[in-house]
Design a protein around this ligand. Structure first.
Ligand SMILES: [Cu+2]
Length: 519
């Protein structure tokens, strides 16, 4: 029988391994691939019928198995889209009519969701559009949104966690005319770079391992090896003085607190769903799973520097139990993410001058709170501290024992995801405030499909400078409360819902998801 003490020991052992990413004892048998050139996913712009505006952009994507070389001389079994791991970067423009044909050549049911895209429910790629093995599904929509860094990933019912982990994800860039006018780095793969952040566990043979321990289900799967675009220990050669990083937290459960190793500032220019009003100077940026940000990094110098994860100061959350302790250990980790090597050849501007950036990026139409017809409460829950997972019964004894985490039940508004239950039916064109309350001691990144929201309040305060723009995923802090406002625009569909859920994929898979309809 496993005792609490044994569990604690194994949790601590696990957290100690994670504290030294890319330097695992378990990996000693493998030749670590040092300083590999950052992989840039191929750019796919679709075959355009009719060439001119009003034509149709056709993409063809295939979910497939493959072998990927993360370590020297070791082929790791992975999944990918049109490749062995991750997928191509899709690029489309506001106004385009798009058709994406997705073929599932895996032996599991799957589907791709266009995260951040304002698309009809039937094209959304949620649990109601599952593609059987050997099957094909076509998503058709017209792009109706400003330039942004979105992404796509598996949204298989109960299986998003393991499927994204194996590699079913990619970036999706929306372009538009007004952002094209701005003086911003925009040459894909040269000075405009996708940065897909993920963490994985590899065993000593180089197999990617998806763990199934209780704690992985409870807090989400966190790896001890960091990958960027599927590259281990990545190195990027910057040839220009300004480098635009399209950051995507594509991890299943890990939060990143990003900074530069040289201590310099960087400038955030976009939130999840588009450009901000003006560049925001930052030295640190937190991204929870599903969130994106575009930043401009100064690469005019000659010295290499790194994008790093800095330890978050020990949480002010009271100590509740084993899982909280494990989480706090992980948030204290420091590790390298991506080395940037400037060429020193950039003649655009002297490094002694301030980096040239547009003063104004976009106009943001701020939605007044008074426009909302309803404030909808959304409670994020993980059991009630009862061993049975939060059902009736239980009591104070088990709350102490399990530290307020319950027995593994992940819910929203008292309910696990149920395909037959619609939480909200919203008339197209309605504006709503959603007040998301986190009743647990860990961060949950809350994602609403289709809509682009604005944050009104974070724990009663104005939103952070880094989140002043349109978003689709928001960091809801432990025991915290975030108010967001959104217009739920049409087209309505009386038959098919959209999802809202925690973007810790294991939480989503275990029920922290609900459905709304726009009619
Ligand atoms: Cu969660």
């Amino acid at each position: 029988m496993t005792t609490r003490r044994d569990t604690l020991k194994s949790l601590l052992a696990c957290s100690m391994i994670v504290a030294a990413p890319n330097a695992l004892g378990a990996m000693a048998a493998l030749a670590p691939a040092r300083g590999q050139t950052l992989k840039i996913p191929p750019l796919l712009e679709g075959d355009v019928d009719g060439a001119l505006k009003g034509g149709e952009r056709n993409f063809s994507l295939t979910l497939q198995q493959g072998l990927t070389r993360f370590y020297q001389d070791v082929d790791t079994s992975t999944w990918g889209i049109n490749g062995s791991y991750l997928g191509p970067t899709l690029r489309m423009r506001d106004g385009d009519k798009v058709r994406i044909r997705v073929t599932n050549n895996l032996d599991e049911t799957s589907v791709l969701h266009w995260h951040g895209m304002n698309v009809p429910a039937r094209a959304d790629g949620g649990p109601h559009q599952q593609i059987m093995p050997g099957g094909t599904w076509t998503a058709e929509f017209q792009v109706k949104q400003p330039a942004a860094s979105c992404w796509y990933h598996s949204h298989a019912m109960h299986m998003s966690g393991p499927q994204v982990y194996k590699g079913l994800a990619g970036m999706l860039i929306v372009a538009d005319d007004s952002s094209d006018q701005l003086d911003l780095p925009s040459e894909y793969g040269v000075d405009d770079i996708p940065v897909i952040l993920q963490d994985r566990i590899f065993d000593r043979d180089g197999n990617m391992v998806y763990p199934h321990r209780m704690e992985d289900h409870m807090i989400g799967v966190r790896g001890n090896t960091i990958l960027v675009n599927g590259t281990l220990n990545p190195l990027f050669h910057a040839r220009t003085g300004r480098t635009r990083l399209r950051l995507l937290n594509g991890a299943n459960a890990r939060n990143f607190t990003l900074a530069l190793s040289n201590g310099q500032s960087f400038w955030q220019i976009a939130t999840d769903c588009g450009l901000m009003e003006e560049p925001v100077e930052l030295t640190q940026l937190v991204l929870t799973p599903g969130e994106r940000a575009e930043i401009i990094v100064d690469t005019r110098g000659t010295e290499p520097f790194k994008l790093i994860n800095v330890p978050v100061p020990a949480s002010n959350i009271p100590y509740y139990g084993l899982f909280t302790q494990l989480l706090m250990e992980m948030d204290r980790q420091a590790f390298d993410i991506l080395t940037l090597q400037p060429s020193g050849q950039s003649s655009e501007q002297s490094p002694s001058e301030p980096l040239a950036l547009p003063g104004r990026l976009a106009h943001i139409d701020w939605i007044p709170a008074s426009a909302a017809t309803i404030t909808r409460p959304i409670l994020l829950q993980m059991g009630e501290g009862r061993g049975n997972g939060g059902g009736l019964g239980g009591g104070p004894r088990s709350r102490k024992e399990f530290g307020g985490w319950g027995g593994g039940t992940h819910k929203i508004n008292g309910r696990k995801m149920d395909m037959n239950f619609i939480e909200a039916t919203i008339l197209a064109g309605t504006t709503e405030i959603w007040e998301i309350a986190n009743e647990t001691p860990m961060i949950h990144p809350f994602h609403i499909h289709k809509v682009h929201f604005q944050i009104l309040e974070r724990n009663g305060m104005p939103p952070l400078p880094s989140e002043r723009g349109f978003k689709d995923t928001v960091n809801v802090p432990p025991h915290g409360r975030v108010k967001v406002i959104a217009r739920f625009t049409g087209p309505g569909d009386p038959m098919l819902p959209y999802m809202f859920h925690c973007h810790i994929l294991e939480h989503e898979d275990h029920g922290m998801m609900g459905q709304f309809m726009i009619v």
